[in-house]
Design a protein around this ligand. Structure first.
Ligand SMILES: Cc1cc2nc3c(=O)[nH]c(=O)nc-3n(C[C@H](O)[C@H](O)[C@H](O)COP(=O)(O)O)c2cc1C
Length: 135
């Protein structure tokens, strides 16, 4: 089973979560800016929302690589919303890509909100989640 961990970040939080998961699984997290060269059975996609939306670069990445993605596992941080899962659902549907019903979400710092998040407890929870997904 081929597993990939990708992230899109504007302020570093998604990369931190991606790196923690990658470290746990003995893999390397990569930016969505790097091309996908192999099929990923499971794609951990670490992302967020900006002004209430999933970034266009994330949408383009999914569309462009639809044929190489077995299933997306959504991993998100955000300051206010509970998860980017709802939005990712329609993005994945539009691209014809499967989205796992398993997802991980935690708070991400933004201006004065949630300073220090994701923190050690968030990383531990993300790692436990990822291990659970991969069996
Ligand atoms: C430009 C911008 C817009 C944001 N808009 C929202 C928002 O609409 N809702 C929300 O819950 N969080 C919002 N946030 C907070 C981010 O979702 C949160 O800081 C997240 O952890 C950022 O992930 P990143 O560091 O990987 O970019 C915003 C952050 C930025 C930088």
């Amino acid at each position: 089973m081929n597993i990939e961990i990708r992230y899109y970040t504007q302020t570093g939080n998604s990369k931190k979560i991606a790196d923690a998961i990658a470290n746990e699984l003995g893999l390397q997290a990569r930016s969505i800016e790097e091309p996908m060269t192999e099929k990923a059975d499971i794609l951990f996609l670490c992302n967020s929302v900006y002004w209430a939306g999933v970034d266009k670069h994330v949408k383009q990445f999914i569309k462009k690589n639809a044929g190489n993605i077995g299933e997306i596992v959504n991993v998100s941080t955000a300051a206010l919303i509970e998860s980017s899962y709802g939005q990712m659902k329609s993005v994945a549907k539009d691209a014809g890509v499967r989205l796992s019903d398993k997802e991980f979400h935690c708070r991400g710092s933004f201006m004065a909100l949630h300073a220090g998040h994701p923190n050690a407890a968030d990383f531990a929870a993300a790692c436990k989640f990822a291990k659970g997904v991969c069996g």
